[in-house]
Design a protein around this ligand. Structure first.
Ligand code: HEC
Ligand code: HEC
Ligand code: HEC
Ligand code: HEC
Ligand code: HEC
Ligand code: HEC
Ligand code: HEC
Ligand code: HEC
Ligand code: HEC
Ligand code: HEC
Ligand code: HEC
Ligand code: HEC
Length: 336
């Protein structure tokens, strides 16, 4: 076994001798080590393996395990081999794609596993630069946004980089539609298609409205002044009804009165009218049980409340008459 730790005195001596030399050699793109250690005793160790290297201050991990000794121990000089990534990867060989613009301490952001994948725990654009890269932005070269000069802060609002995209839109033409220039109102960084607009303050999109495309409601790319009242878009549906025939029945044009706001479908309508049909003895009856004709202003109580029995029930009641308006006048809540 070889004693691995060089004597402390040697380190100081070596470091002292190496440092200025490295600087000079680094500037000249030299190897950084060979000349400096020529004086030092080169002791190639045959029985050494990648594993036994663990006992140095520089265990071999990742891609480093796959290298030959000579790639790091230039000319088989072992002592005084630099441990600093930058010395081997910048002074000896200019590996940094970004030419030190991100800093000289490679290990702040990289490990010997790969240059490509920067562990987000070590460096993430979101935490370090305050702007999260998503979707398409993740796949871009840094230069696409930063240019080749440096990593100075860039404006973060979408419009400052995508102004020409906005101006070039055809479907819909954003300028004509007078869309806000804050793209994030409708887009994310994943792509321009599949926009969504959450600004329908006065007209929240639910049910079928949520799955409809923008142009179903905003025809011809016109957005401003879109009417929000149901009949503006559903008058044909109203006029086309047969059961019940809304027009003949004189139904109000505010569909929400009976169809609610969910926009899931036209079935299961309910009309909250004064005479209770949601609760009590008359709950769940079909509209036509009382409204025998398409005119919903008229109703009948008599089909169910048969004459003999009803008359018997009112023997002591003054003002009683066997007619629907009379029944409703004395029983407006359907109770006695
Ligand atoms: C990725 C680069 C790299 C590779 C590959 C590598 N080494 Fe090293 N080696 C180093 C570094 C850096 C040191 C200095 C570690 C320290 O200062 O403790 C070192 C130290 C040593 C030392 C101790 C030198 C001294 O000061 O006493 C020996 C011996 C050694 N390596 C042998 C080997 C052998 C044999 C191989 C091939 C099996 C090998 N190394 C592969 C980088 C490497
Ligand atoms: C502040 C963090 C940081 C520092 C310091 C840093 N880098 Fe990087 N480096 C990055 C990031 C981020 C990338 C881009 C990774 C990506 O494409 O997602 C990168 C990419 C690279 C790439 C290109 C990978 C590829 O093929 O796409 C190389 C090579 C590289 N760095 C080498 C170095 C070297 C050598 C050093 C030290 C001299 C260094 N880096 C220092 C953050 C850093
Ligand atoms: C003693 C010199 C030396 C030191 C110190 C050193 N490396 Fe290396 N490293 C090399 C050599 C030589 C290679 C092989 C270069 C090649 O073939 O691309 C290499 C390869 C790599 C690779 C793989 C490159 C590829 O093409 O896939 C990465 C990543 C890497 N080193 C990161 C680091 C990091 C991070 C540090 C600091 C913690 C570091 N290295 C320290 C010499 C060194
Ligand atoms: C889609 C555009 C975009 C891409 C791609 C991009 N950046 Fe940025 N970057 C920005 C924006 C915008 C800022 C400014 C953030 C701020 O100031 O809040 C920034 C800021 C930075 C900063 C901080 C600058 C400073 O001095 O504060 C660094 C460092 C940086 N980016 C590095 C990178 C690296 C490395 C890559 C490639 C992996 C990259 N960026 C890719 C848009 C981008
Ligand atoms: C009010 C919502 C809204 C805003 C705000 C908005 N867009 Fe759009 N954008 C849309 C809609 C809707 C589409 C059509 C999506 C589809 O076809 O799937 C679209 C499509 C696009 C397209 C592709 C269509 C074409 O004709 O090329 C681009 C590019 C685009 N938007 C860029 C932008 C940019 C850049 C901004 C910000 C400066 C922005 N948009 C802001 C709603 C918006
Ligand atoms: C610092 C400049 C910068 C900023 C800020 C920026 N982008 Fe980008 N973005 C780019 C570049 C560069 C590209 C790639 C080239 C291109 O397609 O325009 C891109 C691409 C895109 C794409 C893909 C376009 C396509 O063709 O598929 C979308 C979507 C996008 N950006 C949305 C946004 C949104 C949303 C914001 C605001 C949160 C934003 N960008 C902010 C620079 C920027
Ligand atoms: C079911 C119908 C419907 C759908 C689908 C719909 N909208 Fe709307 N939108 C409206 C109505 C109604 C208004 C007017 C009421 C309001 O301002 O809240 C409106 C208003 C707007 C406005 C404000 C126009 C202005 O200048 O006042 C924008 C922008 C808008 N919609 C964008 C979109 C986008 C983008 C989509 C697709 C992602 C979309 N809308 C899908 C019905 C719809
Ligand atoms: C700006 C146009 C627009 C307005 C305003 C509008 N809708 Fe719609 N509505 C649509 C579109 C488009 C659809 C989906 C296509 C279709 O089924 O007709 C739809 C679908 C529906 C459906 C589902 C129909 C089915 O066949 O399943 C109901 C229910 C509905 N709307 C109710 C309403 C109600 C209630 C209102 C008033 C609060 C309203 N809508 C206002 C455009 C509009
Ligand atoms: C007074 C209550 C009421 C009002 C107001 C009302 N409806 Fe209806 N609607 C009904 C009832 C009850 C049904 C039958 C429900 C069922 O079959 O489950 C119905 C069914 C429908 C049907 C399907 C039946 C058919 O014949 O096609 C459509 C379409 C329809 N309504 C559209 C509308 C539209 C559009 C409006 C607003 C412009 C509207 N309704 C307003 C009560 C109303
Ligand atoms: C148990 C009997 C009964 C049933 C069932 C019933 N109604 Fe009525 N309806 C009445 C009575 C009584 C009135 C008059 C008092 C009032 O307005 O509530 C009325 C009034 C109405 C009116 C008001 C007509 C006008 O004067 O403008 C409409 C519309 C209406 N009903 C729709 C419906 C619909 C839709 C259904 C089925 C969902 C329904 N009704 C079920 C008894 C009934
Ligand atoms: C489709 C059948 C039907 C129609 C139409 C109908 N009812 Fe009834 N009604 C019932 C039934 C069933 C009961 C519970 C049994 C009973 O008390 O006779 C009831 C009970 C009542 C009661 C007693 C409630 C109680 O709490 O004991 C009154 C009052 C009443 N109805 C009034 C009316 C009036 C007013 C109308 C017309 C607007 C009407 N009904 C139309 C089926 C009907
Ligand atoms: C002048 C007012 C008046 C008229 C008109 C009237 N009722 Fe009544 N009804 C009453 C009173 C008061 C009672 C309670 C009698 C009692 O408890 O002895 C009653 C009781 C009832 C009961 C409950 C009987 C029981 O004891 O279970 C029903 C059902 C009923 N009425 C239905 C009708 C129907 C249907 C009509 C129309 C054909 C009608 N009423 C017309 C005043 C009236």
């Amino acid at each position: 076994m070889i004693h691995l730790r060089p004597k402390p005195g040697l380190i100081v001596l070596l470091a002292g001798a190496l440092f200025p030399l490295l600087l000079v050699l680094g500037a000249q793109k030299g190897t950084g080590q060979e000349k400096a250690v020529r004086a030092a005793t080169a002791k190639p160790a045959r029985e050494w393996t990648a594993e036994s290297h663990n006992k140095t201050n520089f265990p071999l991990v990742g891609k480093h395990r796959t290298l030959t000794c000579r790639e790091c121990h230039v000319s088989n000089v072992f002592e005084g081999t630099p441990t600093d990534c930058e010395v081997c990867h910048w002074q000896r060989r200019q590996d940094d794609r970004y030419g030190l613009r991100l800093g000289t301490r490679c290990s702040d952001c990289h490990s010997p596993m790969s240059w490509k994948k920067v562990d987000p725990a070590k460096w993430s654009h979101e935490t370090e630069a305050g702007f999260r890269l998503e979707g398409v932005h993740r796949t871009l070269d840094c230069e696409a946004c930063h240019g080749s000069v440096g990593f100075a802060p860039r404006p973060t609002d979408c419009y400052s980089c995508h102004k020409s995209d906005y101006q070039g839109t055809r479907e819909p033409n954003h300028t004509e539609a007078d869309f806000p220039t804050d793209c994030q109102t409708c887009h994310n960084q994943r792509g321009w298609s599949g926009a969504s607009f959450s600004g329908h303050a006065g007209f929240e999109l639910r049910g079928r409205h949520a799955s409809a495309t923008c142009s179903d409601c905003h025809t011809n790319g016109v957005y401003a002044g879109t009417p929000a009242d149901c009949a503006a878009c559903h008058l044909d549906d109203y006029n086309g009804t047969a059961d019940p025939d809304h027009r003949a029945a004189g139904f109000p044009l505010d569909c929400t009165e009976c169809h609610g706001n969910s926009a899931n479908g036209w079935t299961g309508a309910s009309f909250i009218h004064d005479f209770p049909i949601q609760s009590g003895k008359h709950a769940g009856l079909a509209c036509s049980e009382c409204h025998r004709t398409s005119d919903f202003r008229s109703f009948s109580c008599l089909e169910c409340h048969e004459q003999t029995a009803t008359n018997n029930n009112h023997r002591d009641v003054t003002g009683y008459a066997y007619s629907s308006p009379a029944c409703y006048a004395c029983h407006p809540r359907g109770t006695h």
